[in-house]
Design a protein around this ligand. Structure first.
Ligand SMILES: Cc1cc2nc3c(=O)[nH]c(=O)nc-3n(C[C@H](O)[C@H](O)[C@H](O)COP(=O)(O)OP(=O)(O)OC[C@H]3O[C@@H](n4cnc5c(N)ncnc54)[C@H](O)[C@@H]3O)c2cc1C
Length: 596
């Protein structure tokens, strides 16, 4: 396994010249995010995550977290020390608003830091990632008392947080959950039930764990309308802030998984010992799903970032291998001399596919993060709502397109290694195994495609989607000279995707839901690939202007990546149109009884 190097130059270029950090810098609250600050933060973070966290990935994979006979969970060797250093260095708080004690960086910049920690060790990164979600939810919906009790320690990651939704009968269908919350006389609730698949549900990295649990109060309406949201701390917190009694929540077991072995995926039981774990209601009863949804954009974007980050790690390893392994001769090359495999066109094609797609993903994900920031903080109401709609469209694409690409690109990383890639000792397979989950949790990619097709196409009467295509086509039209071939392919891809979006919009009006749903996944892929091409084209255009502070060789690479993507990826977008528009008939053509 190679070391990890944070791709700082590409991250900065993408933020500043592709995704549009400039707009954010015009806002007073982010005026401090200048070049100097960005360079300092990225350098320091890159060093920290490469030196302190990245070496954990291997031990995390091979040893993993362990569930002990006494019910406790022990993390792999080195994790406790690294986590302490992570907290002491202040990294967890960097992306939170100053109002809650954070570093005040925009989400766009925090996304790049998140990319670094995930690439360093995805299993490790999930603990702080879940804590971020807990902070978001509590700062938006918690009472003043709840904020005073929990937020400080969560912002610094001295305590960790979890998101506790899933039950065996309630996965994608969260509304089917049955965990009970019964009001107690003191105003708290007693929680009973069993939850499964809870990430970092128990561990030894922090002295307390704050579970955010979805449950039903007595007589709550059926489905998602009857779900409430509770704080259930592992240890109850005393009025003076010290830890009191152990709450009645136990880790029954942890799952044996394909990847992310260091992240304990727990079965949690609430109320085994008595009449229930003590829970504190967040906001109002039956509003739990609404509260969860307010932090969904960030959570889904974080999972998309897993696809990007793990691909980057796999790429670095594959590229290093291709520059060292000799095998065969290049066609027409000297007889008898073995060539580096990077000189074979097919290997080079795979490396270019990895690198171009990684740059494309980085652009789309950072743009999504900036849209979330702008939707929160722009002064102009109309512009704010436009960015909110843009974030709503980009989020399911970022989550599903990038996590699917993560699996594809990490698989290419194995392929570049040949047989050695399939041998665990090399470490190339870990990235593929780790990335596999991202397409499943935080809403499966099938659910993301459904969300995009059914809810995002009609957003604002179709105007939000139209605005997005206008931006893509406008940027394509601005490309000149050597970039014209990129413009032509980007335009063709965007027009094909727009045609499918318009047809789906019409089918939705006609009630042809199955026809839309049967084509939703290829449509999401069309959108992701087109937007990836858009971001690369913007990067190529910026590179032509030779912005200050960038090595000319780096800028030439960015133009080459955009051209490669336009030649090898964008033409596949048009090919998917027929499959999107084929309707549901073929999908249902064979009777279900004939599938066994
Ligand atoms: C490692 C790991 C970590 C996890 N961490 C957490 C966590 O921290 N907290 C938490 O609460 N949960 C967590 N989960 C649970 C995860 O979010 C669920 O597994 C996921 O939501 C899918 O639910 P399911 O497993 O029940 O699959 P199902 O919902 O049964 O889905 C099976 C298949 O059917 C498809 N499908 C289901 N319903 C529909 C529909 N309406 N339309 C179209 N297709 C559909 C799905 O796309 C999928 O392909 C985790 C899971 C894993 C494996």
């Amino acid at each position: 396994m190679t070391d990890y190097r944070a791709p700082i130059t590409d991250m900065r270029f993408t933020l500043e010249h592709v995704a549009g950090l400039e707009t954010l810098r015009t806002l007073a609250r982010f005026a401090h995010v200048d070049d100097e600050l960005l360079a300092g933060v990225f350098d320091e973070a890159g060093r920290f995550f490469a030196e302190v966290i990245a070496p954990l990935a291997r031990v995390g994979d091979t040893i993993g977290s362990v569930h002990n006979a006494d019910g406790t969970v022990t993390t792999p060797p080195g994790y406790r020390e690294a986590y302490r250093r992570f907290v002491d260095a202040g990294w967890p708080a960097a992306g939170f608003p100053e109002e809650v004690g954070g570093g005040g960086l925009p989400w766009g910049v925090a996304s790049a830091l998140q990319e670094m920690i995930i690439a360093a060790d995805m299993g490790f990164s999930l603990c702080p990632m879940l804590t971020y979600g807990t902070v978001d939810l509590l700062s938006l919906h918690g009472s003043d008392e709840q904020k005073a009790t929990y937020l400080d320690k969560l912002v610094t990651s001295e305590w960790s947080g979890t998101m506790v939704l899933t039950e065996s009968q309630a996965g994608s269908d969260v509304g089917a959950l049955t965990t009970k919350a019964v009001p107690a006389e003191d105003g708290t609730y007693r929680i009973t039930g069993t939850k499964i698949f809870i990430t970092w549900g128990d561990h030894d990295l922090t002295e307390n764990i704050i579970h955010i649990v979805l449950a039903r109060t007595p007589n709550a309406p059926a489905g998602t309308k009857g779900i409430s949201c509770f704080i259930v701390p592992k240890y109850l917190v005393q009025p003076d802030g010290s830890l009191g009694e152990r709450n009645d929540v136990t880790c029954v077991s942890i799952e044996h998984k394909v990847g992310i072995h260091s992240s304990p995926t727990c079965v949690l039981s609430f109320g085994d010992a008595g009449d229930g774990a003590v829970g504190y209601l967040i906001g109002e009863e039956n509003q739990g799903m609404r509260y969860m949804f307010t932090m969904m954009n960030e959570a889904r974007l974080s999972v998309g970032t897993e696809g990007l980050a793990v691909s980057e790690r796999a790429f670095q390893q594959a590229a290093a291998y291709a520059l060292e392994r000799k095998q065969g001769r290049t066609v027409g090359g000297e007889r008898g001399e073995q060539a580096l495999i990077i000189r074979h066109p097919d290997v080079r094609r795979m490396l270019m596919l990895m690198r171009a797609n990684i740059a494309a993903m980085r652009g789309v994900l950072y743009r999504t993060a900036l849209a979330i920031d702008l939707a929160r903080h722009l002064d102009d109401e109309e512009r704010r709502s436009e960015e909110e709609e843009l974030a709503a469209i980009l989020t399911p694409i970022s989550k599903a397109w990038a996590s699917d690409l993560g699996i594809e690109l990490t698989s290419l990383g194995i392929q570049i290694h040949g047989g050695s890639g399939y041998i665990e000792e090399t470490g190339a397979a870990q990235w593929w195994r780790d990335s596999r989950i991202a397409a499943i949790y935080e809403g499966t990619n099938g659910m993301m495609a459904q969300d995009l097709a059914m809810r995002r196409i009609p957003l604002g009467g179709g105007m939000a989607m139209r605005r997005l295509f206008e931006m893509v086509l406008g940027d394509a039209a601005s490309l000149e000279g050597d970039l014209k071939p990129i413009a032509d392919r980007l335009t063709a891809a965007a027009e094909a995707a727009a045609e499918v979006a318009m047809t789906f919009g019409q089918w939705l009006l006609e009630g042809r839901y199955d026809d839309v749903l049967a084509g939703a996944t290829p449509f999401l892929k069309m959108m992701g690939d087109t937007l990836g091409g858009w971001m690369l084209a913007r990067g190529a255009r910026a590179a032509m202007t030779e912005p200050r502070g960038y090595d000319p060789a780096f800028l030439a690479d960015r133009i080459a990546l955009a051209s490669f993507y336009a030649e090898h990826v964008l033409p596949t977008v048009m090919g998917r149109k027929a499959s999107c528009l084929a309707g549901a008939e073929g999908v249902f053509a064979i009777d279900e009884a004939r599938f066994i």
